[in-house]
Design a protein around this ligand. Structure first.
Ligand code: ADP
Ligand code: MG
Length: 330
């Protein structure tokens, strides 16, 4: 049983209808309607040695990274973060100064995002450091972009570049300090959730579905496809990558395409543009004056057959892949 089958089995018998509940389990955030806006709610847990290692980063970086990863789900709906809670588990010997530095990192990231800490919980945890962050965001009523509205023919786009955080983690694990590794390591340690892009996309009214890429590109586009009842086709050669990506991945004896397609932790956005609005969308991108400075790249399209999930090489031949992304239970 994988993570998502488990979530489905556990949650399926719960009541999931209420007059003001627009979205419950199954998207990046739940959506609750209120008179002036829709509220977006999402929780994420970060465990020592699963989601981060204490020797890879300082405490402030670990705190900021957890906060930024949490608000990525708000970005994925097109919303703005407003409030958050932090439930903290700490091993008994964990020093106060280190907790303080962790919270300083969270505070700086929250200030940058305009989010306010409104509560949490503190417990001792023999298994090590643990944080559960619940973020509450807002969006204009009815504007949130779901995972489930993509249709066959819609074009798939991605913000920024994927695979760099996974390569950065591999660089950290390799242990040798090389200047070449630094940009990738920073992508892993200091992810930048695409809030401005998400909000801009939601306002264009040309977007049919959106998700943030936390588990890996194919895994997360797979969630869009599952929710929308479609398949997909991705063109590997259309995926953006830094000039030094191949050099660094081969120095570490890693397969570049696998990192790009299945590596997690990038917190970029993947989204679909309505089939007959692609020209209009590309025109908007081309006009400039955008509230973000990263690219948005068309990488494929949704297709009718929900069982066909293809990555094509330069000649249009399907590439076979074994591992599609991160799953906690596989
Ligand atoms: P994301 O990767 O965007 O944070 P997840 O893949 O963790 O989202 O979760 C998918 C959906 O399942 C979300 O709607 C989430 O709120 C819900 N979910 C995950 N775990 C549980 C759980 N243990 N109980 C109830 N809902 C859950
Ligand atoms: Mg998400």
């Amino acid at each position: 049983m994988n993570e998502f089958e488990l979530i489905d089995l556990l949650t399926r018998n719960f009541t999931n209808q209420a007059h003001d509940l627009k979205m419950g389990v199954g998207d990046d955030c739940a959506i609750i309607e209120s008179p002036e806006r829709d509220w977006l709610i999402s929780s994420d847990t970060f465990l020592e040695d699963v989601h981060f290692k204490l020797h890879h980063a300082d405490e402030a970086q670990i705190g900021a990274r957890a906060f930024n990863a949490s608000i990525s789900d708000i970005a994925a709906m097109g919303g703005a973060p407003r409030f958050f809670t932090v439930c903290l588990g700490i091993a008994k010997g964990f020093k106060f100064d280190r907790c303080k530095a962790l919270y300083e990192g969270i505070r700086r990231a929250a200030d940058a995002a305009g989010a306010i800490l409104i509560g949490g919980d503190t417990v001792a945890n023999p298994a090590g450091l643990m944080m559960t962050i619940t973020t509450i965001g807002e969006i204009r009523s009815g504007k949130a972009i779901l995972r489930s509205n993509a249709a066959p023919g819609d074009a798939i786009y991605v913000t920024g570049a994927v695979g760099e955080a996974a390569l950065g983690l591999a660089c950290l694990e390799n242990g040798s300090c090389q200047d070449l590794f630094a940009p990738f390591i920073m992508r892993y340690l200091e992810p930048r959730p695409r809030l401005a892009a998400g909000q801009w996309l939601a306002e264009t009214e040309l977007i049919t579905s959106m998700i943030d890429i936390s588990d890996g590109l194919l895994a997360d586009i797979g969630h869009l496809a599952d929710s929308s009842g479609t398949g997909y086709e991705i063109h590997l050669s259309d995926l953006p990558q830094r000039d030094d990506f191949d050099m660094v991945s081969s120095a570490l004896k890693l397969n570049g395409p696998t990192l790009i397609l299945a590596g997690g932790d990038d917190y970029e956005l993947a989204f679909t543009v309505k089939a007959d609005k692609v020209d209009r969308f590309d025109q908007l991108l081309g006009e400039g004056k955008l509230p973000f400075d990263h690219p948005m790249t068309r990488i494929g399209r949704m297709i009718e057959d929900a069982d066909r999930r293809l990555v094509l090489d330069r000649s249009g031949n399907p590439i076979s892949l074994t591992r599609m992304g991160y799953d906690h239970f596989e």
